[in-house]
Write a protein that binds this ligand. Structure first.
Ligand code: SF4
Ligand code: SF4
Length: 447
C-alpha cells in the first residue's frame, strides 16, 4: 500500500479565511454533481437574492442549485467548468445587497422531513452524489462513515466542530442508520486532539486507533456510543477510494465492482455534515465550501468560498500567482483535473486547487512500454495498469472491464513509477468512462 504517497498532505494550512470580496461575475452551473442537470428558474435581467433557488429538475438523482449571491442575471449560457466541460450556467453580476430568502430552521422535524430538507438544500457529497440519496441507498445499512481523512479540509472545520458533529448526528437521525464512525488519519494529530475534546449529547467521544486487524466494528461492539472516531492509517481516501475506506475501517470485504452500501456502509464528508447542520438548524441551502489552495501562490491557505466564484478570485485571495502559472489542478495533484482557464468557478465538489508554475509542469515524453511490471507492483488494488491502458488505447473497453478497470481508484501510483512515462491514469480513467457509457446504453436498451 502506497500510504506514504499521501502522508505529505498533513501540512499546516489551518489558516482559514472567508472570501467576502464579490467577484465581478459569478458563474453558477446548473449541474454541480454526478446526476441530472437543473433547468434554470430565472431569466436574463432578473434580480436574485441569497438562497434563492436558481435551478430545479425532476427525477431521482438531483441537486437543486441556489444563489450564494444577491445580484442580477447577466446571461444563461454554456460556461467553463472545473470538470473540463462547458456547462449551462447562470451568470450573475453580484451586488453588495445582503437580502436573502427566509431561512427557517426545522431542528425538531421527523426523519422523513429531515431527508426532504437535505434534498431541498441541494447538498452533495464530495464524491458527487446528492446526500439525501447517499443516506437512503435502499439497502440495509448499519454504519455511516464520515471521511475526515483530508487533513486540510478537516482542520478548516475544527472551529465549528460542534456543528459538524451535530450535522453528522442529524444525518443518522434522518437516515435511521444506527451508528456513525468518523475516520481521521492516524498522523493528523490536530484533528485527533480536537475530536478528543469534543462531545456528542454531552458525552465525550470515543477516539480509538485502528491497529492490525481490529476494525471499527471491534470498538462499536465494546461501547454503547452512537458515534465514535477512529484513526485509521495514514491514507487520504479520495472519492475513488470509498471501497478501500469501507474495507480498511470496517474490515468488510466488498464484492468486485461493489460499493460501500454492499457492505452495509454509507460514506459522507465533513463538508456535507456541516451543510446538513446549516440546512436543518439554520434553514440555509448549500451555498459555500472550504477550498484549500496550495502550490505556486503567494499565501497558500484554506478559503471559505461561495459557489460560482471564479478560481482566479480565490487565487487572488491567496496573494496571487507566484511565478508564471503553468497548470491549475482542481481536487488534488494525483487524481484531480487540470482546468484550462481560471475563469472556471468553484462548485459543490471542489475541495482544493493546486497551482504549478511553467517550470514545475512535467513535460515528459512518453515511450513504448518496456514490460517492466513496475506499475503492476505499485497498484494498491492489484490491477494490471499496463494491460488496461493498452486496451483502452485500442478502444477495447470490454477487455478493460474484464480486467476490472472500474476498480481503479485513480491514485496515480502506476504512472508515478512508469519509466516510459505512459499516461496510464488518463487511459484507465477514459476506459472507465466508456464502460459507464456502455452500461448506460445497455440499461436504455442498447441505443
Ligand atoms: S491502476 Fe494505477 S491509478 Fe488505478 S489503482 Fe492501480 S495504481 Fe492506482
Ligand atoms: S511501468 Fe510502464 S513500462 Fe513498466 S510495464 Fe507498466 S506501463 Fe510498461
Amino acid at each position: 500500500m502506497k500510504q506514504n504517497l499521501r502522508s505529505k498532505e498533513v501540512t499546516n494550512l489551518s489558516d482559514v479565511v472567508r472570501l467576502d470580496k464579490l467577484p465581478e461575475k459569478a458563474i453558477i452551473p446548473m449541474r454541480q454533481h454526478d446526476g441530472i442537470a437543473c433547468a434554470p428558474l430565472v431569466k436574463k435581467g432578473e434580480a436574485v437574492i441569497v438562497g434563492q433557488k436558481l435551478g430545479e429538475c425532476e427525477g431521482s438523482d438531483l441537486a437543486y442549485v441556489h444563489s450564494p449571491f444577491c445580484g442580477t442575471v447577466d446571461s444563461i449560457e454554456l460556461m467553463p467548468n472545473p470538470s473540463g466541460k462547458r456547462i449551462l450556467s447562470v451568470v450573475l453580476t453580484p451586488s453588495e445587497c445582503a437580502q436573502s430568502v427566509d431561512f427557517v430552521p426545522e431542528k425538531n422535524a421527523p426523519p422523513s422531513r429531515l431527508i426532504q430538507i437535505i434534498k431541498e438544500a441541494g447538498i452533495v457529497e464530495y464524491y458527487e452524489k446528492p446526500t439525501y440519496l447517499a443516506l437512503k441507498p435502499g439497502k440495509r445499512i448499519d454504519t455511516l462513515l464520515m471521511n475526515a481523512t483530508f487533513p486540510l479540509i478537516t482542520h478548516a472545520y475544527l472551529n465549528s466542530l460542534d456543528k459538524v458533529l451535530e450535522g453528522f448526528r442529524l444525518m443518522l437521525e434522518a437516515s435511521g442508520i444506527p451508528r456513525g464512525v468518523i475516520v481521521v488519519r492516524a498522523d493528523d494529530k490536530e484533528s485527533i486532539k480536537a475530536f478528543k475534546s469534543a462531545k456528542v449529547d454531552g458525552k465525550p467521544l470515543t477516539v480509538a486507533p485502528i491497529i492490525g486487524k481490529r476494525h471499527a466494528d471491534y470498538y462499536l461492539e465494546d461501547v454503547e456510543d452512537q458515534i465514535i472516531v477512529v484513526a485509521a492509517g495514514n491514507i487520504t481516501y479520495t472519492p475513488t477510494m470509498m471501497n478501500l475506506l469501507s474495507a480498511n475501517v470496517m474490515g468488510r470485504k466488498l464484492p468486485l465492482g461493489g460499493e460501500p452500501s454492499d457492505a452495509h456502509v454509507v460514506v459522507c464528508g465533513v463538508k456535507s455534515a456541516k451543510a446538513v447542520y446549516d440546512a436543518i438548524c439554520e434553514g440555509k441551502p448549500y451555498l459555500e465550501n472550504v477550498v484549500t489552495v496550495k502550490g505556486a501562490v503567494n499565501n497558500p491557505k484554506s478559503v471559505i468560498v461561495r459557489f460560482g466564484t471564479p478560481i482566479k478570485d480565490v487565487i487572488e485571495a491567496c496573494g496571487g500567482y507566484k511565478g508564471e502559472p503553468g497548470k491549475i489542478i482542481v481536487n488534488g495533484s494525483m487524481g484531480g483535473i487540470t482546468v484550462y482557464t481560471d475563469e472556471a468557478p468553484i462548485v459543490k465538489n471542489t475541495t482544493g486547487i493546486v497551482v504549478q508554475t511553467k517550470e514545475q509542469v512535467l513535460r515528459d515524453v512518453t515511450s513504448a512500454c518496456i514490460h517492466c511490471a513496475r506499475c503492476v507492483d505499485a497498484c494498491p488494488v492489484n490491477l494490471l495498469p499496463t494491460r488496461i491502458a493498452s486496451y483502452s488505447d485500442l478502444g477495447k473497453y470490454e477487455e478493460c472491464e474484464h480486467l476490472y478497470a472500474m476498480n481503479c481508484i485513480e491514485c496515480g501510483s502506476c504512472a508515478m513509477v512508469c519509466p516510459s512515462k505512459r499516461h496510464l491514469v488518463q487511459l484507465i480513467r477514459y476506459s472507465k468512462l466508456q464502460i459507464q457509457n456502455m452500461c448506460t446504453a445497455e440499461a436504455r436498451g442498447g441505443d
